[in-house]
Design a protein around this ligand. Structure first.
Ligand SMILES: NC(=O)C1=CN([C@@H]2O[C@H](COP(=O)(O)OP(=O)(O)OC[C@H]3O[C@@H](n4cnc5c(N)ncnc54)[C@H](OP(=O)(O)O)[C@@H]3O)[C@@H](O)[C@H]2O)C=CC1
Ligand SMILES: CC(C)(CO)C(=O)C(=O)O
Length: 354
């Protein structure tokens, strides 16, 4: 059993949307917090920043300890070892992050992997076999409304994995970090919870191709039908693996595709909670595509395809949408019709193979 206490050093590695929101929410509670960011974002963050959420909670952080990746790797770095190392880079940044976090890690460091999708923690565990490595599920969306203003635009509790070794410490951590800006809980069944989140993240690729806010996307039945196709395949794979998906929205996992297929006027009535999202929310993949960055498609839709292959289950919709997202990395080679924004009708025809 490991004893650890919430007031020990929290370090957030990868100060982007989730990292800044999480780090800000921890720091504002009075816990020692350091953000590790890129050189290019340091000046913005050292001026302090602001957190808000969709329920009008807010906090202003006049000062927070920010170090950039160059300071971290410098031989005379004075950066403290982390007790809680929150890894908030994208899945595709994990390989490099594993090397770069070395100066922050000692035997006591607990590494908390906050990635969407499946499997990012495996490489971290392999690189740090003597450390406690726990997974974290982040259900809510964060956007940067203006430089240094991070906004949580949707509901849900950040959930930390509990293992037999971590139980007491994680329960104490959860109680201590709990706040209006950061609702938080823990689970002993992270595998199933991450599959349930994976199901929801199937909307990310559609959102990136639609190139409109999530709320506006969900208001169009054609996009919803595409998401329903992707989710149907995901559920088939999860069922074959005998994973029982916990309910992470008001609608249970197996009913979501059916609800998504409903005509607009019934959908608006049945799924009004689902539409309670800020109108400015964009999925993380939509940000990546609009900024020309690589996406997490291989860890989201790709994770389903990997399992499907080993189970011999066909997932044509996920295959098709993964191809469309991959093609965006060579945007110059695409026709106008293949570039976002892609209309709901066109996308539905492509994905359903019509
Ligand atoms: N955004 C959201 O609303 C949600 C995101 N998630 C998940 O959370 C994870 C983080 O997402 P998000 O916050 O959006 O990602 P961001 O890209 O906004 O943040 C990651 C940050 O880490 C930086 N970074 C990456 N590698 C390094 C490194 N080696 N050294 C220093 N800095 C580094 C990135 O810089 P650079 O860009 O220059 O590489 C970037 O600033 C993802 O897995 C995502 O799917 C989950 C739920 C919601
Ligand atoms: C919050 C959610 C589900 C969609 O916005 C997400 O995980 C993301 O943007 O990556």
């Amino acid at each position: 059993m490991t004893d650890f206490f919430p007031w020990e050093q929290h370090t957030i590695f990868g100060a982007g949307l989730i990292g800044c929101y999480l780090g800000g929410a921890i720091s504002v509670q009075g816990f020692q917090t350091t953000l590790i960011c890129r050189v290019t974002t340091k000046s913005k963050l050292t001026l302090g920043f602001k957190l808000t959420d969709y329920q009008d909670h807010q906090a202003v952080l006049p000062k927070i300890d920010v170090q950039d990746d160059k300071q971290l790797s410098s031989p005379d770095s004075t950066v403290k070892k982390a007790r809680f190392l929150w890894l908030t880079v994208k899945c595709i940044g994990i390989k490099q992050a594993i090397l770069d976090i070395a100066p922050l890690v000692d035997i006591q460091t607990i590494i908390l992997c906050c990635q969407n999708g499946l499997g990012s923690e495996a490489a971290v565990k392999q690189a740090y076999p003597d450390n406690m490595v726990l997974r974290v599920m982040i259900p809510f969306n964060v956007v940067e409304i203006s430089p240094g203003h991070y906004h949580r635009g949707s509901e849900g509790k950040l959930t930390i994995e509990q293992t037999p070794q971590s139980q007491i410490g994680i329960s104490t951590l959860v109680m201590a970090l709990q706040s209006e800006l950061l609702p938080i809980s823990s689970t002993t069944n992270m595998d199933a919870l991450l599959w349930a989140k994976l199901q929801l993240n199937l909307g990310n690729s559609v959102n990136a191709l639609a190139d409109i806010p999530v709320k506006a996307m969900l208001e169009q039945r054609g996009y919803r039908k595409v998401i329903a196709l992707l989710m149907g395949e995901c559920l088939q794979v999860a069922d074959a693996l005998d994973i029982k998906l916990p309910k992470v929205t008001v609608i249970s996992a197996h009913k979501i595709p059916m609800v998504l297929r409903l005509p607009n006027f019934i959908f608006t009535l049945v799924a009004n909670k689902m539409l309670e999202i800020d109108p400015n929310v964009l999925s993380s993949m939509c940000w990546d595509v609009s900024q020309g960055k690589p996406t997490e498609i291989e860890h989201i839709n790709g994770a389903i395809l990997k399992h499907a292959k080993s189970l011999n289950i066909a997932c044509p919709a996920n295959e098709k949408i993964s191809d469309l997202i991959r093609q965006l990395s060579d945007i110059k080679s695409l026709t106008q019709e293949q570039k976002p924004p892609i209309s709901a009708e066109v996308l539905l025809n492509w994905v359903s193979g019509k």
